[in-house]
Write a protein that binds this ligand. Structure first.
Ligand code: SAH
Length: 214
């Protein structure tokens, strides 16, 4: 895949926009500077790759807005080597950003076609994530516990299976809400039984849905 000077220039502008909007994590900003978002866009929308907006991808889903990707990634406070569970692979863009931040990524997608595309594409481009076709509500117990969990679809509630797969001391970033708008929540696991919840305001995601879609 190509990454032209023009695309690199547009990415520098996008990173400036993210700074102006309040993103401060240098590792996150540098990683997004170095991750070609246009590789993950629908062919017909390539020219919009470096606008700070969500866009349609296949299966009626969306590639998240860059600000949202930056905000969630920053809130995770990732350390290289962390085991990260992602729910909602979609285009694979957020997955690629997590890989570049040094995470060992396990990512679940419920749409067969999106799962297949992302798996092929990420592997071909040396993003070493483990991708799964399945229902994110139940997580992926065989590889638990996770240092970090990131949910990139709007969850009706915080799934208990995801809470139980989070390490003590771990952080989960999840947008919660049943309508058009969700509240971005940080869930910290304090010990075996106790969780602390902090609210980070309104975001919009496509809904987290139960079961798989072949
Ligand atoms: N991070 C992705 C976001 C894609 S949109 C990107 O930027 O491209 C959210 C994705 O979550 C969609 O692909 C949708 O199919 C998926 N999703 C929704 N409910 C899910 C569930 N229960 N398990 C796994 N994936 C789910």
């Amino acid at each position: 895949m190509e990454d032209s000077k023009k695309h690199q220039g547009l990415r520098r502008q996008l990173i400036n926009t993210l700074r102006e909007k309040g993103i401060t994590s240098e590792p996150v900003l540098m990683t997004m500077l170095n991750t070609p978002r246009h590789w993950f866009m629908d062919q017909g929308l390539i020219n919009f790759s470096y606008e700070d907006q969500a866009y349609p991808i296949a299966a009626n889903q969306t590639i998240s807005q860059p600000y949202t990707v930056a905000f969630q990634s920053q809130l995770l406070e990732l350390i290289a080597g962390h085991k990260v569970l992602e729910i909602g692979t979609g285009s694979g863009y957020q997955t690629a950003v997590l890989c570049q931040l040094g995470a060992k990524v396990f990512s679940i997608e419920r749409h067969k076609s999106l799962f297949k595309n992302a798996k092929l594409f990420l592997n071909q481009n040396n993003y070493r994530a483990q991708l799964f076709f399945g229902d994110g509500f139940i997580g992926k117990k065989v590889f638990a516990p996770y240092d970090r969990i990131i949910v990139t679809c709007g969850a009706p509630f915080v799934p208990n299976d995801l809470k139980s797969q989070l390490k003590v001391g771990g952080r989960m970033v999840i947008p919660v809400g049943e309508g058009e708008v969700q509240q971005m929540k940080l869930i910290q696991r304090l010990n075996e039984d106790d969780f602390k919840e902090t609210n980070f305001g309104d975001f919009r995601f496509v809904p987290m849905l139960k079961n798989i879609n072949n």
